[in-house]
Design a protein around this ligand. Structure first.
Ligand code: ASP
Ligand code: MG
Length: 414
């Protein structure tokens, strides 16, 4: 049984959904299909929820959400198709939510609203595949992907999810199921999400629970490349990658797969294939337990970094107690550290910019330390670094922090 995942780009228009249907005909007689929200819907819903929570006008986003999906279903279905009814029911549910005043927990509100992207996309895609003669069962993943109540970053309850998934996807060896990526629910059945771009992770969780033979992630790129082609054009594709190398690439911000995706697969030795939905003859990149091969330099850029430097107020050294105190503050706000560097008197970290949590961390650190920060920076990581490899990505940049090991170089630049 194979778990196939389609991201936003692969279902962003009626033509894309028709193409997806052909791919299903060719490659998916049974198994589980995981789908994320269409196109850039999640970004749109993020804008909606931000304005809803600030109690500023959000109508523009709400309208755009409706019109975008409506023009797609109008192209795919005849007017009497029940999908139009399903569509209005979901919109009505969304509107009922929006009519209530927002609570104080932004992350909670976020999950309740942003999840509509996946609920709607899966309804539409399942209806279309069924219209084209497939027998697809739509599953509400919130019934079986259970998380804790960390909204926007739900942590999977593995034991419970495994048990429930077997119930909700019985005989995936002979039936075809379609479900949402990115969303889940907590023990009170409140909707949670798994973090942006979390649908790959959903596919991995399902694969782990159902002991799939493989996960295939369909993308608009030929596979995993040595750099983002928008940044460095004509960059080669990597044909095979080990799990550990894939984790490293994802961790440093290669946006091809979500960082959490590999572990559930590696634990059960399930291979992951990343391949193009535009060119199905190309096998893409296969990630499994192979030993690392000779890989050319891989370039990864993580944007929107904040570099925070922290110094004890009384000129004392950065010691173990300070470090554990600092990490406690970071952990409390669920801030991940992308790079750190210390000297006797100061400790610097680079973290992803986050409008909500980073200012809170800085504020709290300032109670105990002298804190300075710079934002709008990039973290550039070069793995398998070779002589001359750095030049082409650092030209014209100001380097704020530089770190090197035998084969990896990291730079915080402006
Ligand atoms: N739709 C969600 C997002 O854009 C999840 C995903 O695409 O994987 O973040
Ligand atoms: Mg997406």
């Amino acid at each position: 049984m194979i778990v196939n995942k389609f991201g936003g780009a692969s279902i962003k228009s009626s033509e894309a959904i028709q193409r997806m249907n052909s791919i299903c005909s060719e490659f998916m007689q049974h198994g589980v299909i995981v789908v994320s929200a269409m196109g850039k819907t999640t970004n749109l819903l993020e804008q909606l929820v931000i304005n809803y929570c600030k109690e500023t006008p959000y109508d523009k986003y709400r309208k755009e959400f409706e019109l975008y999906h409506l023009q797609i279903i109008e192209k795919l279905f005849l007017r009497d198709n029940p999908i139009f009814q399903l569509f209005s029911v979901l919109l009505q549910e969304l509107d009922e939510k929006l009519l209530k005043r927002p609570g104080f927990n932004f992350d909670f509100e976020y999950d309740q609203i942003v999840s509509f992207g996946e609920l709607l996309s899966t309804k539409i895609v399942a209806a279309y595949l069924n219209q084209q003669g497939k027998k697809v069962t739509w599953v509400d993943i919130r019934n079986c992907l259970k998380t804790d109540s960390t909204f926007r970053e739900g942590r999977v309850d593995w034991e419970l999810s495994r048990k429930l998934m077997v119930e909700y996807f019985p005989d995936a060896d002979s039936n075809l199921y379609l479900t949402q990526g990115f969303i889940g629910s907590d023990l009170n059945n409140l909707t949670t999400t798994l973090g942006r771009e979390g649908s790959d992770f959903t596919a991995a969780v399902i694969a782990n629970a159902l002991n799939a033979e493989k996960v295939v992630v369909w993308k608009d790129v030929p596979g995993i490349l040595c750099a983002d082609p928008d940044w460095i054009p004509d960059t080669p594709k990597i044909d095979k990658l080990s799990y550990s190398e894939a984790v490293e690439l994802a961790f440093y911000g290669a946006r091809v797969i979500h960082p959490k995706t590999i572990k559930p697969l590696q634990n059960k030795n399930i291979p992951l294939q990343v391949r193009s939905f535009l060119n199905t003859a190309n096998q893409g990149t296969l990630i499994d337990s192979i030993k690392n091969q000779d890989t050319p330099p891989v370039y990864i850029k993580k944007e929107q970094q904040v570099l925070i430097s922290i110094k004890p107020k009384d000129y004392s050294f950065i010691i173990e107690e300070n470090l554990s105190h600092i990490f406690g503050i970071l952990a409390h706000q669920q801030i991940k550290v992308n790079l750190m560097q210390n000297s006797a008197l100061s400790f610097s970290i680079a973290v992803d910019s986050n409008m909500e949590r980073v200012p809170k961390v800085i504020q709290e650190l300032k109670l105990y330390y002298n804190v300075k920060y710079n934002d709008g920076l990039d973290l550039i990581t070069i793995r398998h670094n070779q002589a001359g490899a750095e030049h082409k990505v650092l030209e014209g940049k100001t380097i704020l922090v530089e770190q090197r090991s035998r084969t990896v170089a990291k730079f915080i630049v402006r």
